[in-house]
Design a protein around this ligand. Structure first.
Ligand code: ADP
Length: 160
């Protein structure tokens, strides 16, 4: 059974992340969508909120399981028995970051392979930070996030 993890901060999950996860779910038997607890950047949503939103977004997909983790991503992969780490590539800047990450991952856990999915052109320009910025200024980001995330963003910003 081919098991993959798709780790990230997902603050919040966007249709770009979902597109990658759903394609991965067609390739692998099981995908663990791992929501990292403490990335080295400021989060708008805490881990529990990010997990809950992702759970609702993927509720209709049988072989995607959303879970939180902290610590090293390679340890999370070991815990769930994954041999593949999925990431998404939007532009060349992503490549440099993901390449360094894959080199380090290989050192830490030689048996874990990284597989990158090219972004869907429709979502290539999407990032959580851009969407948060637009939402914070009162913009409508509904076309690019699941309904649950739109509601949460409205609560954080617009309802204020
Ligand atoms: P990070 O894990 O670096 O904090 P994110 O949680 O935003 O970043 O993203 C997790 C993964 O999804 C990364 O590999 C990122 O490149 C990828 N990703 C982010 N947005 C998109 C998108 N719109 N299309 C495809 N992949 C994406």
């Amino acid at each position: 059974m081919a098991i993959a993890i798709y780790p990230g901060s997902f603050d919040p999950v966007t249709l770009g992340h979902m597109d990658v996860a759903m394609r991965a779910a067609k390739v692998f038997d099981k995908v663990y969508f791992g929501v990292y607890s403490k990335p080295h950047k400021d989060m708008l949503f805490d881990q529990t909120e990010r997990i809950e939103m992702a759970k609702q977004a993927f509720a209709h997909v049988d072989n995607i399981e959303v879970c939180g983790y902290s610590g090293l991503t390679v340890d999370f992969a070991k815990e769930v028995g994954a041999t593949v780490m999925v990431r998404g590539l939007r532009v060349s800047a992503d490549f440099e970051y993901e390449f360094d990450m894959s080199m380090m991952t290989k050192k830490l856990s030689p048996e874990l392979n990284m597989i990158c999915f090219m972004a869907n052109p429709e979502y290539q320009f999407l990032s959580s930070s851009l969407l948060k910025e637009i939402a914070s200024l009162g913009g409508d980001v509904r076309p690019w996030v699941p309904e649950v995330v739109w509601k949460a963003l409205k609560k954080k910003y617009i309802a204020k």
